[in-house]
Design a protein around this ligand. Structure first.
Ligand code: M6R
Length: 610
C-alpha cells in the first residue's frame, strides 16, 4: 500500500511531485522517491524514511524537468531501504516505474527475466515491471506497457515513463486506486484526489483494467486491450483548504474539529423540513427492495466496522430486520450465508480497503445486492456496489479515523430510519423524535468539542502515564467503547481493551488493580443501573474510573473519579457525541507521549492489501 503521483506539463515537475507526496504520505511513509526526465535522461532519487529525507537529497539536477513521477512507500515485498524504494528502473535505466499494490506472480516473472539476463537490484515485486517493459519495448511505450499489464496478476496502480519518449506517462489500474487530474496544458495522476486538488478539481477515477496515456495536452483512456473509452469526468467539490492542516498541529485534531460540519453536510437534504421523513433518493435502493428484505449483512474493517456495529443495533431496533455484522477480513472464510434476499452493506471511508472489497465481491458472487457507505466518490467500493450512500466528511488524511466514523454513524442512522419507514416497522412518533434530535446533533457536537477539550487534556495527561486502559459499556455504549479503545491504542501505543460491561467479570476483571483506568460509557437510560453495578465492580478493585454520561443522569457521577456529561440527545444518537471525548482523549494522550499522531507506527491510512 503506497501513494503514487505523476505530472506532465510546462512547470518544473519536482515541487509538484513532492507536494503531492506530502498529501499521500498517509498511505505509507517508510520511504519515498521521484523520477524526472530532464535533458533526455530519467533521473531517479529515492530515500528510506520520511519524505523529508528525500527532499534533502534531491538537488538542482531535477529542477527543470517537466515530466515526473513520485512514490511514497509502505513496504510489502522487501524491507524499507533506499534500494527497495520506488521508482524502479530496468537494466538500462531508460524505463522508470512507480507502483501501488502487489504483483502476485512476480516470482515466476522474475525467474524468466533473470534467465534472460536481467539483473535485479531490489527485493520488490514491482521491479519486474520495468524489466518486462524493457523486454517488450519496440519503440512504443504504450504498446509495451499494454503487453506487460496483461502479464501481471494482482493489484496495481502503476505509472511508467521512458526517457526516449519524454512526452508521455502511461498509467494502468487494476484493483488499486488511481485518479487522473485534468489541467490546462498539464495533467496529473495520483492515488488519491487530495494530492492533486490544489491544481485541479476535474478528475477521472480509473476503473479496473483501464489504461491512461497522459501528455501535456491530452489524456487518452482505453482498456488494457486498447479499446477506446470515454472518460467520466468528475467535478470534485472538495475545498483544497480541507486537505491542508489549517493551523492545527495535526490532521487528526483538525478532523476532530471538522466533525460538526461533517455531520451537518452528511444530513443536508436527507431529512424533511418537518422532521418526519428520511429522504435518500440518491441512494437508488428501491423502496420495494427495502420492504421485502429478509436480512442485512454489515461488513467493514477497523473503525468502519465499529460504525457498522452501531448500525446493527439501530437497524434491528428501528427497522426490525435481522442484521449480521462481520469483520471483512474474516467474512469470506466462514462461507457466509447470503443470497438475493440479503442486503450486503459495505462500510469504508476510503472505499479501497482490500478486505472489504473482497468480502463484498464474495457476497455479490452469492447473489446479494450491495449498498456501499463510503466517503470517496468514484472509489472501487462505490463503483462495484449496486447502490451508494456517501458520507460527506471531506478528505480524511489522519490515519486515525474520526470524522469518517461520526459521518458513518449518521449514515447508518439514516439508513435504519429509512428502512423502518419503508417497511412500516417504525412508528411516526419515534421517527420524528429521532430526526428532530439528529437535526440538533451538529451544534451539540460543536458544544462537546468546545467545552470538553481542556478537561479531557488533563485526564489524558494521567492516561498517558498508564500502560493499560479498559473501556466498558453496554449495548450502543459497548459499540462506542470498541472505537474508543482502537483510537487510543493506534495513536498512543497504550494497550487498550473494550468489553461489554457485563462481560468483564468473566475473566478480565482479574486485570483490574489499583489505578488502572477504566472508561465507563453510560448513556443508555434503561441500562444505566446495570452499568453502574459494573462500575462498582471495578471501583471495588481501586480502578480509576472516568465516566461518560448524558446530562440529566444524576447517578453516574457518584460512582466515578471523573465524569463527562454530554448534552441530552436521543439515546440512539448518543454514540455520535460519546465518541468525541474518546477521540480527544486518544489524541491528547498520544501527544503527551510524544507520538507521531498522524503517522502512527506500522499503520497506513488506506489498507489496499489483504
Ligand atoms: O477506509 P476504510 O474505512 O475501509 O478503513 C478501514 C480501517 O482500515 C480504518 O477504519 C482503520 O481502522 C483506521 N485507521 C482506524 O482509525
Amino acid at each position: 500500500m503506497c501513494g503514487i503521483v505523476g505530472y506532465i506539463g510546462h512547470k518544473p515537475a519536482l515541487p509538484i511531485l513532492i507536494e503531492g507526496l506530502k498529501k499521500l504520505e498517509y498511505r505509507g511513509y517508510d520511504s519515498a522517491g521521484v523520477a524526472v526526465i530532464q535533458s533526455g535522461t530519467a533521473r531517479v532519487e529515492k530515500s528510506q524514511g520520511r519524505l523529508a529525507n528525500l527532499e534533502g537529497k534531491v538537488n538542482g539536477d531535477f529542477s527543470d524537468g517537466v515530466i515526473g513521477i513520485g512514490h511514497t512507500r509502505w513496504a510489502t515485498h522487501g524491507r524499507p531501504s533506499d534500494t527497495n524504494s520506488h521508482p524502479h528502473s530496468d537494466c538500462t535505466g531508460k524505463f522508470v516505474v512507480i507502483h501501488n499494490g502487489i504483483i502476485e506472480n512476480y516470482v515466476q516473472l522474475k525467474e524468466v527475466l533473470q534467465q534472460h539476463g536481467h539483473v535485479f537490484k531490489s527485493q520488490t515485486d514491482t521491479e519486474v515491471i520495468p524489466h518486462l517493459v524493457e523486454s517488450y519495448y519496440k519503440g512504443d511505450l504504450v504498446d509495451a506497457v499494454r503487453h506487460v499489464a496483461k502479464m501481471l496478476r494482482g493489484a496495481y496502480a502503476l505509472a511508467v515513463m521512458c526517457q526516449d519518449e519524454p512526452d508521455k506517462i502511461v498509467a494502468v489500474k487494476e484493483a488499486s486506486p488511481l485518479v487522473i487530474g485534468l489541467g490546462e496544458g498539464e495533467n496529473f495522476l495520483a492515488s488519491d484526489i487530495p494530492a492533486i486538488l490544489k491544481h485541479t478539481r476535474r478528475v477521472i477515477a480509473l476503473e479496473e483494467g483501464q489504461m491512461a496515456v497522459l501528455t501535456r495536452d491530452s489524456v487518452t483512456l482505453t482498456t488494457v486491450d486498447g479499446e477506446p473509452l470515454t472518460p467520466k469526468i468528475i467535478d470534485v467539490n472538495w475545498d483544497p483548504g480541507q486537505a491542508e492542516r489549517g493551523g492545527y498541529a495535526h490532521f487528526m485534531l483538525k478532523e476532530i474539529h471538522e466533525q460538526p460540519q461533517a455531520i451537518r453536510d452528511t444530513l443536508i437534504g436527507r431529512i424533511s423540513d418537518d422532521n418526519t421523513q428520511v429522504i435518500l433518493p440518491e441512494m437508488g435502493l428501491p423502496a420495494e427492495k427495502a420492504r421485502t428484505l429478509r436480512k442485512l449483512a454489515i461488513v467493514a474493517c477497523g473503525t468502519a466496522s465499529h460504525a457498522g456495529f452501531v448500525g446493527r443495533y439501530l437497524i434491528e431496533k428501528l427497522a426490525g430486520i435481522p442484521v449480521e455484522w462481520d469483520i471483512a477480513s474474516e467474512y469470506r472464510y466462514r462461507d457466509p450465508m447470503v443470497d438475493s434476499d440479503t442486503l450486503f452493506v459495505a462500510i469504508s471511508q476510503s472505499g479501497e480497503t482490500a478486505d472489504t472489497l473482497a468480502a463484498m465481491r464474495e457476497a455479490k458472487r452469492k447473489g446479494a445486492k450491495v449498498l456501499a457507505i463510503t466517503n470517496v466518490v468514484g472509489s472501487s467500493i462505490a463503483r462495484e456496489a449496486d447502490w451508494v450512500l456517501y458520507t460527506w466528511a471531506g478528505p480524511e488524511i489522519a490515519v486515525a479515523s474520526t470524522k469518517a466514523y461520526t459521518t458513518q454513524l449518521i449514515t447508518v442512522t439514516l439508513l435504519a430510519l429509512w428502512l423502518g419507514q419503508q417497511n412500516g416497522r417504525l412508528a411516526a412518533t419515534d421517527a420524528k423524535e429521532i430526526i428532530t434530535s439528529l437535526r440538533d446533533l451538529y451544534t451539540q457536537a460543536a458544544y462537546v468539542l468546545e467545552h470538553m477539550e481542556e478537561p479531557i487534556k488533563e485526564v489524558a495527561a494521567q492516561i498517558a502515564r498508564k500502560e493499560d486502559v479498559f473501556f466498558i459499556g453496554r449495548n450502543l455504549d459497548y459499540a462506542v467503547a470498541l472505537e474508543g479503545q482502537l483510537k487510543l491504542k493506534e495513536i498512543s501505543y497504550i494497550h487498550a481493551e473494550a468489553y461489554a460491561a457485563g462481560e468483564l467479570k468473566h475473566g478480565t476483571l482479574a486485570l483490574i488493580t489499583r489505578g488502572v483506568p477504566v472508561i465507563a460509557l453510560n448513556t443508555q437510560p434503561e441500562l444505566a443501573e446495570k452499568t453502574i453495578s459494573n462500575i462498582q465492580e471495578v471501583r471495588a478493585r481501586d480502578a480509576y474510573v472516568i465516566g461518560i454520561a448524558v446530562e440529566g443522569d444524576d447517578h453516574t457521577k457518584h460512582h466515578c473519579d471523573e465524569v463527562f456529561y454530554l448534552p441530552r440527545c436521543h439515546k440512539l444518537l448518543a454514540p455520535v457525541l460519546a465518541v468525541l471525548p474518546l477521540q480527544m482523549l486518544a489524541y491528547y494522550a498520544a501527544t503527551a507521549r510524544g507520538a507521531d499522531v498522524d503517522k502512527p507506527r506500522n499503520l497506513a491510512k488506506s489498507v489496499t492489501v489483504e
